[in-house]
Write a protein that binds this ligand. Sequence first.
Ligand SMILES: [Zn+2]
Ligand SMILES: [Zn+2]
Length: 172
Amino acid sequence: MIDLSQLRLEPGVERSVEVPVVVPVLGIGGVDYEGPLSPPIARVNITRLLTGLLLRLRLQTTITGPCHRCLEPASVPVAIDAREYQADHPEVGAESEEVCDYLQGDELDVGAWAGDAIVLSMPHKILCREDCQGLCPSCGTNLNTGTCQCPPPEADNRWSALQQLVEDDTEG
Ligand SMILES: [Zn+2]
Ligand SMILES: [Zn+2]
């Protein structure tokens, strides 16, 4: 939390604050991902404009959680650079872009903002490494560290049926 009333904001003057941020647990695709144990330092810039406040949040950290393929722990570096605007007299109603959801009165909830920004910046699939081999679908062996005796997956019969249909069609 940053208390903006402490910053003596004046029009046109940018204030810069560094704060440790406790990254909330991030639920991504139903799985929990976490920030580092020691809170990373975020830099927040606040500029008072004539009609409102301009807010910028920058943070670099590492998020850890299970690999999408093999379920072993994976770490993903993230760098966020997010902006928000809070108008002094925002348009009433609608999904206004003039309201910063993380500002309650003079209190800026940096943790919640950082959490949302991190989720947006995360890759779609979190992998322990680019070429992770994943788990064998039959026996669950981690194919990064071992091999198994399972036969290769059977050809999909639905696919050959479909192929037959296509062939019949071209002949007809
Ligand atoms: Zn993996
Ligand atoms: Zn197997």
